[in-house]
Design a protein around this ligand. Structure first.
Ligand code: PGA
Length: 241
């Protein structure tokens, strides 16, 4: 595990974007595993900026996103498909046919999860997976207690996650109750994992996840066992370690 200390959110975003651009420059046809949430937005902004300056080219890159709400069509502004287009894909030269997310409108959970695992397998696996971390230690939508050996699966969101995500919706009742998510096994199979974390509110969970025992109760703790895991955090998030 490598820990990179950044001064603040802006610095964290630049450092993470640097690692992602290095990956794309070294392997232009790489597979990037991408994440939604507030934390990676600055990283995407920085990548867009470097794309506009001609420093990085996404034309051959394939992307697979971590998760999607079950039941939300792509066009819904709160879908992760919309989030990724609004915050990243619409502003770079990524080939739309190489963008992959779970299909929230496929209500056949088993079929959709199987399809998504096959997509990841068929593109050759993930070269670099970007992650945020939830206050309860979740990665993707793998909530505390999630089995480490799962591939893509359907989850029922915990109340804490619904509470954290309601800021993106008009009201709490609008937050979908279920999601399709890559499993911990899928994430652990990525060749590199890069986590971004910022703010005081995440300091406790960062300490617990990366300096406490490896346990399904803290899903991110398994990353201690990943052979190429990098944590980029700002001073506040890393203040307890
Ligand atoms: P956040 O979410 O970046 O919005 O804090 C992180 C997560 O839940 O994975």
């Amino acid at each position: 595990m490598k820990i990179i200390r950044a001064k603040d959110y802006h610095d964290m975003s630049r450092k993470a974007a640097n690692i992602i651009s290095a990956q794309v420059i070294m392997k232009p046809n790489c597979v990037l595993g991408l994440a939604t949430g507030g934390t990676p937005v600055g990283t995407y902004k920085q990548l867009i900026d470097w794309y506009n300056k001609g420093d990085v080219d996404f034309s051959e890159v394939t992307t697979v996103n971590l998760d999607e709400y079950r039941g939300l069509p792509r066009e819904n502004p709160q879908s992760y498909w919309s989030f990724m287009h609004d915050n990243f894909f619409n502003y770079v030269n990524i080939d739309p046919s190489r963008i992959n997310l779970p299909d929230g409108t496929n209500m056949d959970a088993e079929g959709e999860c199987k399809r998504y695992d096959e997509v990841i397998h068929n593109v050759g696996g993930i070269d670099l997976q970007l992650l945020g971390i939830g206050h309860d230690g979740h990665i993707g939508f793998n909530e505390p207690g999630a089995a480490f050996e799962l591939g893509t699966h359907c989850v029922t969101l915990t109340d804490e996650t619904i509470e954290a995500n309601k800021r993106f919706f008009d009201k709490k009742e609008d937050v979908p109750r279920q999601a399709y998510t890559m499993g911990i096994k899928t994430i652990m199979q990525a060749r590199k994992v890069l986590m971004v974390v910022n703010g005081k509110g995440k300091a406790e969970i960062v300490k617990k996840a990366f300096f406490g025992p490896v346990t399904p109760e803290v899903p991110a703790s398994i990353l201690q066992m990943h052979p190429d895991f990098t944590l980029v955090g700002d001073e506040e998030a890393l203040c307890l370690i």
